[in-house]
Design a protein. Structure first.
Length: 409
């Protein structure tokens, strides 16, 4: 910043050509095609820095010099003018918020949380309408912390809210903490003050979760045939359970199954029904055994609006309807557990390759790099496995399947 000061004049500023024009002491006028800008250059820790002081003519030469004089003195004393200015802006914003009678209401967590959820909806399956993203916040965070401004939410307050479920409902508690972190990050993006260590402090105060997660109860694969046959001749829910058992799918693609998704023995489950982040899942081809096709044909007789398993009044059967049927039979197992039944059977009763077994239940195998090169979905092998599983659950002898051309892509 050595050299004479105040080299420019008002007239020179008005008539200067394109380029950078020095006023001395680190103050420059940048005359660019995109517009005129005052820039202050300074050096800190041996590195040159630049900070904008505003555009010309909105900021006059005299005003730019006044700012440069202030920041030049800060730099001379070893300070960082950019950090000082940012701190001043933050304090000014905080003062404005403090003097706004409506500002506190805006900063309450109960008002921030819905906004944070809305900002993330595009990333969630079905726009998060099922409530699974927001539910942990609504149920376990907002009752205790909803009326607090975000700047007052500390690690201690969070720990107090989650302590009752931290070791008993570990998954829910973990999700509540993760989603609260997202809400606080959203508040920070809105320039509200937050305690950036609150989440980490809460984890320290709560300690390591010691509750052992329990798997969804499953049925021994040897007992599946008797249960499957008990469903024969039943209604919509029983048919849905039969197709769920035969395919090893989760309940959502079963509940929203449509006849137009099925072409022969190939059922293409749309990406929005496949578990995974929105935009990061693909359609999933499911091989249908002859028994599965028979179930689909039975379901088509009572289909409504294209859905194979319609609800009593509208839409499709509820997420709980299949579980309720098993509860009424006083069974410990639940529908999701049939995926485990199928997978254990494939391990213990077949010599099927690991990749085929995992793909059959919709699990991704290998790293993202290896999957980029391995495009096969093992459809033919999975169809053979599906036929053998169908033969087991129906109590029939497995038959050799003759293919009329490969279905691999």
């Amino acid at each position: 910043m050595a050299g004479a000061l105040y080299k420019l004049s008002a007239a020179k500023v008005r008539t200067a050509g394109p380029g950078k024009h020095s006023d001395g002491g680190g103050l420059y006028l940048y005359r660019l095609a995109s517009g005129d800008q005052w820039v202050f250059r300074f050096t800190i820790s041996g590195k040159r820095k630049e900070m904008g002081l505003g555009g010309y003519p909105g900021v006059t030469l005299a005003q730019a010099r006044e700012q440069a004089d202030v920041y030049r003195a800060i730099a001379k004393n070893g300070g960082n003018p950019i950090e000082v200015r940012n701190s001043e802006k933050a304090q000014a914003a905080a003062d404005q918020i403090a003097n706004d009678p409506k500002a506190r209401e805006k900063r309450l967590l109960k008002n921030i949380a819905p906004e944070a959820f809305k900002a993330r909806q595009a990333q969630l399956k079905d726009n998060g309408v099922a409530g699974r993203w927001y539910s942990p916040i609504k149920t376990h965070i907002l009752p205790a912390l909803g009326d607090k401004p975000v700047e007052d939410i500390t690690g201690t307050a969070i720990a107090d809210a989650l302590r009752p479920i931290w070791h008993t409902k570990t998954d829910v508690a973990r999700k509540a903490l993760t989603r609260l972190k997202a809400c606080l990050s959203y508040a920070s993006a809105k320039k509200y003050e937050i305690d950036r260590h609150a989440i980490d402090d809460a984890r320290e105060l709560l300690g390591k979760q010691v509750h052992k997660a329990e798997n969804i109860p499953s049925m021994d694969w040897r007992d599946v045939p008797a249960f499957y046959q008990s469903l024969e001749g039943g209604g919509t829910v029983q048919l849905a359970l039969q197709l769920l058992i035969l395919t090893g799918l989760r309940s959502k693609p079963i509940r929203f199954a449509r006849a137009d998704q099925i072409d022969g023995f190939v059922w293409t489950v749309p990406a929005e029904l496949v578990k995974g982040p929105r935009g990061k899942t693909d359609d999933f081809r499911v091989p249908l055994s002859a028994e599965a096709i028979r179930i689909v044909e039975l379901a088509e007789k009572t289909a409504r609006d294209g859905f194979l398993f319609p609800g009593v009044r509208k839409g499709v059967i509820s997420d709980a309807s299949m579980s309720r049927h098993m509860e009424r039979l006083e069974l410990a197992a639940r529908p999701h557990g049939f995926r485990s039944s199928f997978r254990t059977w494939a391990d213990e009763a077949t010599s099927t390759d690991y990749e085929v077994k995992e793909t059959a239940i919709g699990h991704k195998v290998g790293s993202a790099v290896s999957r980029a090169y391995q495009r096969s979905d093992y459809f033919d092998e999975r169809l053979l496995l599906a036929e053998r599983w169908a033969a087991h659950v129906t109590g029939k002898q497995a038959e050799i399947i003759q293919f009329h051309g490969s279905t691999n892509q």
